[in-house]
Design a protein around this ligand. Structure first.
Ligand code: ATP
Length: 272
């Protein structure tokens, strides 16, 4: 799916209508099938950008087009159909606590199956093999029938991502998918997402706090700061200076900003 943002401004989904826009006058083009990581300090507007791209949030000003159509000018039914062609994986996946993992993953198909099939699948789940395969790609196949509320935060995040694979969306928007994952799992999750997007021809936009992982897995890096575009470059052109400027005086982001060795704090041991 092709994304075109023109002078786009928007407020955070939880912000009051009178609040100043978190994202201001953004111009951005993402071609169908492209993969881009959005990085930047906390509060830069990354989540807001993803919600705008997902048509979950109406722009405060400017316009957005997905495959050449402005979602906010479409009839309601058309807008719903368009939303069914994209998938937004939020930072904390909304998983009902008592649900089984298999049901949670299969829910990824809901936007593209009819109401009758959706209701039927609650009692007679179909596509279990598909759910199993998606979970296996995140090393989670052994949790197929586990209850969601018995999973760790990182496992829940991976269930949310596996759900995204089942959506067969043409635009996958992933908001900080690695916050609860250890480094090995985080790398594996990004390998899986980028590979899946390549296989299916879907556009992939992910917000990431882990800058080294973003540089390693994505060919294009979009830097946001204070609601504006700081840079939008092929990964090879993103320099340590640009990253330092992006993150300013904030604490080192995943080891990229401050390369000087950290002095270890003295360890005080109390023996009884
Ligand atoms: N719950 C909220 N209510 C009101 N305004 C908010 C809320 N959360 C964020 N904002 C505003 O929206 C701005 C952008 O927030 P957003 O979550 O889009 O940034 P972000 O780059 O995704 O941050 P993070 O990396 O911390 O998730 C913030 O700077 C803040 O001004």
């Amino acid at each position: 799916m092709n994304i075109e943002l023109r002078s786009l401004s928007g407020r955070h989904p939880a912000a009051p209508a009178a609040a100043a826009p978190a994202l201001r006058a953004l111009d951005l083009h993402v071609a169908a099938g492209e993969q881009a990581a959005v990085i930047g300090p906390s509060g830069a507007g990354k989540t807001t950008l993803l919600h705008l791209m997902a048509c979950a949030l109406a722009p405060a000003a400017g316009s957005i087009e997905l495959d050449g159509r402005d979602p906010w000018r479409l009839p309601r039914r058309e807008l719903q159909r368009l939303r069914g062609r994209l998938f937004l994986a939020p930072q904390v996946p909304p998983l009902p606590p008592r649900q089984r993992v298999v049901t949670a993953v299969l829910a990824g198909r809901l936007p593209r199956i009819g109401l009758w099939q959706a209701l039927r699948s609650l009692f007679y789940p179909t596509g279990i093999a598909q759910a199993d395969a998606a979970l296996a790609r995140f090393d989670m196949a052994d949790k197929l029938f586990a209850r969601v509320d018995r999973l760790s935060g990182g496992e829940r995040q991976r269930v949310g991502l596996a759900r995204g694979l089942l959506s067969e969306a043409q635009l996958l928007l992933v908001d900080e998918p690695l916050s609860a994952l250890d480094p090995a799992r985080a790398g594996q999750a990004l390998d899986t997402l980028t590979q899946w997007a390549r296989e299916s021809g879907a556009t992939l936009v992910a917000t990431l706090h882990d800058v080294p992982l973003a540089l390693q897995h994505f060919p294009r890096i979009i830097g946001l700061r204070d609601g504006s575009l700081a840079f939008d470059l092929p990964t090879a052109q993103v320099t340590p200076d640009l990253l330092r400027e992006l993150y300013g005086q904030e604490p080192a982001q995943a080891g990229v900003i401050d390369e000087s060795p950290v002095e270890a704090a003295p360890v005080v041991m109390h023996c009884r």
